[in-house]
Ligand binder design. Structure first.
Ligand SMILES: [Zn+2]
Ligand SMILES: [Zn+2]
Length: 187
């Protein structure tokens, strides 16, 4: 992989930030508010932001000596499924974002790894990878419809909320079940 892929960023892409109007003078500041459609697969297996749903970017772009510091919040709707009862979850998240993007050919660019510090491509910043990481970190791998969701009865698959308190199934101890089958074959 070349250290810099030639600028492949489209300045009009929803998650590409254009810093051309941000002076390269430490302390210079721009705010950016923008509503963009969520990219594909923004989330984890059971919960995420639906593709195309509104993402609210509320960001500060600040010039620092070696690049641009992007910070702020990205918020949007998340949809998913309860890990215990499979009911639909419809919620919202506000994800804090803070990421430094080094100027091309800066000392930071030369002395750090692209995994540690983001890179600018000319005046453009690709926010998507950092946003993806931040969203994935925020979302639970085992989302619940509510904290104390009791889940489903393992026998009949009905939600415990919909079952009487004394709900139970007559169960044969699996060890005896095996034994009774054994007896049967012997007969
Ligand atoms: Zn649930
Ligand atoms: Zn049951």
């Amino acid at each position: 992989m070349p250290k810099h892929s030639p600028s492949s960023l489209n300045p009009k892409a929803p998650l590409v930030l254009d810093t051309r109007d941000l002076p390269r003078r430490p302390g210079a500041l721009r705010t950016l508010r923008r509503v963009v459609p969520a990219p594909k697969d923004l989330g984890v297996e059971l919960i995420g932001v639906p593709e195309g749903a509104d993402l609210d970017l509320d960001l500060r772009l600040e010039s620092v000596s070696e690049g641009v510091l992007v910070s702020g919040t990205v918020s949007g709707r998340v949809k998913g499924e309860c890990g215990r009862c499979l009911r639909e979850i419809d919620d919202s998240v506000a994800v804090p974002v803070q990421e430094l993007y080094a100027y091309e050919n800066s000392t930071t660019d030369a002395t750090t790894d692209e995994d540690e510090v983001g890179r600018m491509q000319d005046d453009l910043i690709d926010l998507e990878p950092a946003l993806r990481d931040a969203v994935v970190l925020m979302l639970p791998t085992n989302p619940l419809c509510r904290e104390d969701c009791p889940g489903l009865c393992p026998e009949c698959g009905v939600h415990w909320d919909d079952l009487p308190a004394d709900h139970s199934h007559e169960q044969i101890d699996p060890r005896w079940a095996g034994l009774s089958q054994l007896n049967r074959t012997e007969e």
